[in-house]
Design a protein around this ligand. Structure first.
Ligand SMILES: [Zn+2]
Length: 63
């Protein structure tokens, strides 16, 4: 089963809301994605909690 979910986050650089596609079948994910607005690379951290909800954090690579 493929559980793709669109989640909105705010870019750590420019603060604009962007949409990332999360694979809900994986418990934990971490990857780098370029901001759709300012094109800077941010680290996306995804944690799926026990109740199945996604928590997403975006961090700048320089943190
Ligand atoms: Zn940005």
């Amino acid at each position: 089963m493929n559980l793709l979910e669109e989640i909105s986050i705010n870019c750590p650089y420019c603060g604009e809301p962007i949409t990332v596609l999360i694979d809900g079948s994986l418990e934990q994910q971490q990857y780098v994605e370029d901001c759709q607005v300012c094109c800077k690379p941010m680290e996306i951290h995804v944690v799926i909690s026990a109740d199945g909800r996604c928590r997403v954090e975006a961090r700048s690579e320089n943190d």
